[in-house]
Write a protein that binds this ligand. Sequence first.
Ligand code: GLU
Length: 554
Amino acid sequence: MNYDCNKLADLLFPNVTGTVAELEEKYPDRGLKEGARVTRFAPSPTGYLHIGAFYTALVNILTADVSGGKAYLRIEDTDKKREIADGVSAIIDGFKDFGIEFSEGVTGFNSECGDYGPYTQSKRAEIYHIVAKQLVKDGLAYPCFCSSEELTELRAQQEKDGALITGYFGKYAKCRELTLEEIEKNLKDGKSYVLRFRSQGDEEKKIAFDDMIRGKIEMPENVIDEVLLKSDGIPTYHFAHICDDHFMRTTHVIRAEEWLSSVPKHIAIFKACGFKVPKYAHLSQVMKLDEDDGNKRKISKRKDPEAAVSYFFEAGFPRESILEYLFTLINSNFEDWRRANPKESVFAFPFNLKKMSPSGCLFDLVKLNDVSKNVISVMDADTVYKYIAEWAEKYDEEFFKVFTANPQRSRDMVNIDRESPKPRKDLAKWSEVKEYFAYMFEEYHTPAFDLPENIQKEDAKAILESYPEVYSDSDDKDVWFSKIKDLCEPLGFTPNVKEYKKNPELFKGHVGDVSTVIRLAVTGRKNTPDLCSIMKLLGKDTVKTRINAIVNSL
Ligand code: GLU
């Protein structure tokens, strides 16, 4: 171009008086200690928090935390098509459900904190325009008046030419060579325009950069004259995030791998603006196995309810379980660390960005269930009680009333086989509690007695008739069990399982069969946590009523 770029800049941005130098001063270096990393989570306000996005956020938070740095939350709302009204609160609430609050950036609908704001892109127009004006002054950006029809033609032409690269570049970039007079005329005619980057890239040359997860990457230089400002003056993601990451003093850009291919473009724009290029880490996608074809695929908002983190909270997974599981995906040495540090918070884990896998990790609901069973099994009864009550209050009001009607009893119920060296690992989520402990509440208990195959009806009846006579609420576990043993011999069973195994033909069954009959009559289940504790909580009267009802039905 052979015109005065300053003139063009003033023509395009007559009202922009601020300078890049002023911005540099306004948003100074953070002065953090050597090695401290500044990261960001930068979602669009789509009104929900995707599990994969949360995973990305978590990695950003951990990267900052382990280095004594800072992670902040920025809202990228330049794409109005993706935005929904107050799409921010759902994101903030999603983090709150995990007990996470950002100490810098957007903190809620229309609220934020920190010295590097505003943290919402739609409030940063002035900054983008100052940088854009400087690029025009430097001859590195120009207005493009091409209509969408012209752009469609251009694509068709490129196809016809068999161009390997498609887009607005080189000889196809018509407006790149407009004279100042032509530009002035277009502006006078009121033609709308976008502001394009004047790429200096050479398609024959390669650019190399280090990705902290993927290592050294080489790609062809960017040649595309990317749009920086759309016709309404709103920046594109490419341009906005560059200005933001620079003036928010981001040291590490950690984001989804879908952005990897844009890195040459981003580096070129960073450099054109005179900004230091941040370090990059591109996270592989969180995938799932498709239920139909078994292939790995992205977790999709449209198809998969588990795409939104709210799904997991609604299902009643405690936040500790979801975090615990995500950490197993984040660093493969997490599980070893956990074994050595069973009681620590996950946030004490010495996370290492470089140990992340460059290939997609698989989000497996079955594994999450297993992890959650472990996590819940080591919680104390007070915590479990509190979590169940909180969950039920929000998602199952009727159960909330039943569960909290007698708090001590419910607490003792969830404490059965808990707070012991070998706790029971049954519950994976709070939504299972109602069904799991149904027999503990008259509201949910359905009497059922499926006679075990190896027991005759008369024998079951005989057991159930004799047992209430000896049962007492005040018996401790040993006495309780010895009473069941004592029932055995008179009824033709043996209290000794080994003896039974040696000579099964001599007995009707063993003590295990006798207690199964009692368990079935009292709870309707073959398997339950410790029956003695269950019976104590139910109380003698309920135990006897339930047993009598079964006897009468046999
Ligand atoms: N707003 C972008 C997105 O939602 C963020 C990409 C980035 O982290 O730079 O994908």
